[in-house]
Design a protein around this ligand. Structure first.
Ligand code: ZN
Length: 106
């Protein structure tokens, strides 16, 4: 499995997004019973570092689609579709042996 490091952040539509996988993010997300969140106004993606690498990668794909939806699609993609797209893309990425997470690795 090739791990692509996302901990230094990403760019969506020319905007820098922080990817937060800290302990704080963990507590925030647990309180909301969420695996991840995308704060579109502060350009911050939170991922629960306590999840499995697979779950983190899947959640990252989901939050990226949320950001793309916001920047490029006027938020017109319904959340259910975002859910479906993220499962589909996650499956393709897993099949290619690519995971998104903290630090690079093979
Ligand atoms: Zn969502």
């Amino acid at each position: 499995m090739i791990r692509v490091d996302i901990s230094k952040g990403i760019k969506v539509g020319g905007f820098d997004y922080v990817v937060d996988m800290s302990n704080e993010a963990h507590h925030e997300l647990r309180a909301d019973q969420d695996n991840g969140q995308c704060d579109l106004h502060n350009q911050r993606i939170c991922l629960d570092p306590d999840n499995t690498p697979q779950r983190i990668s899947k959640t990252f794909v989901h939050e990226v689609i949320e950001a793309v939806n916001y920047v490029y699609c006027d938020n017109k993609i319904e959340h259910e579709k975002i859910q479906q797209l993220s499962f589909g893309l996650h499956q393709v990425m897993e099949n290619l042996g690519v995971q998104f997470g903290k630090g690079e690795g093979v």
